[in-house]
Design a protein around this ligand. Structure first.
Ligand SMILES: [Zn+2]
Length: 212
């Protein structure tokens, strides 16, 4: 028996039917090829591990120098937090706030949601309090800009390298690792699989079965 779900393609709006997938399979949009659903082996253990690892490397990124710039005999080094603070110091308060929200706060919030959701779903449980974070997780995805920040920093460094000697600190590499782990963690939480599992668990526990 295979249940199918109607899924609208986020890229081209074509409505497609996605059957139940087995690990290793992915369903693509018939028109544009966008991946509508993907099935991993033990996706929640995978998502949980990548999320925890991402938070650990982010803690490392906060603890060491991000980069140092040497020009005309003067060396300046800055941490990840200082890269945001300097924006504010040079009058770009709005950009500093946006960078803190979209580059640090939103991704961290998403990772916390993934850890909570993956822990529950892997144990075949779901608490109604998780409903809002689950919706937010998929809404917030468009607002997490970790990879945009990482690419922006790399492009700036290429330009700066022509004017000054730039040395990359451990925090820079940790942030790059954070970017990769964050993307892997989120991509492990396939939207369709998550909602199918929530529906299955809530339908199963709906009949009165005492306290749970
Ligand atoms: Zn499409």
């Amino acid at each position: 028996m295979s249940e199918t779900a109607s899924v609208g393609c986020p890229e081209c709006d074509l409505l497609g039917e996605v059957p139940s997938l087995v690990p290793g399979q992915r369903a693509r949009c018939a028109r544009c090829g966008y991946v509508l659903a993907v099935c991993y082996d033990d996706p929640y253990a995978r998502a949980w591990s990548f999320s925890v690892a991402a938070l650990v490397v982010l803690a490392i990124a906060f603890s060491f120098p991000f980069l140092s710039i040497a020009a005309a005999g003067v060396t300046n080094s800055m941490t990840l937090v200082q890269t945001v603070l300097y924006l504010s110091q040079y009058g770009a308060d709005g950009i500093a706030v946006l960078v803190s929200i979209f580059v640090i706060l939103v991704p961290v919030l998403m990772l916390v949601f993934i850890i909570a959701l993956a822990t529950a779903l892997r144990a075949d449980r779901f608490h109604p309090l998780l409903m809002a974070p689950t919706r937010w997780l998929f809404h917030l995805n468009g607002w997490a800009m970790v990879e945009v920040f990482a690419i922006g920093v790399i492009v700036s460094l290429v330009k700066l390298a022509a004017m000054a000697r730039v040395s990359l600190g451990p925090s820079f590499w940790a942030y790059l690792a954070f970017t990769g782990l964050f993307l892997l963690a989120f991509s492990s939480m396939d939207r369709l699989t998550v909602w199918r599992d929530i529906e299955r668990i809530t339908t199963k526990t709906r009949p009165e079965s005492g306290k749970g």
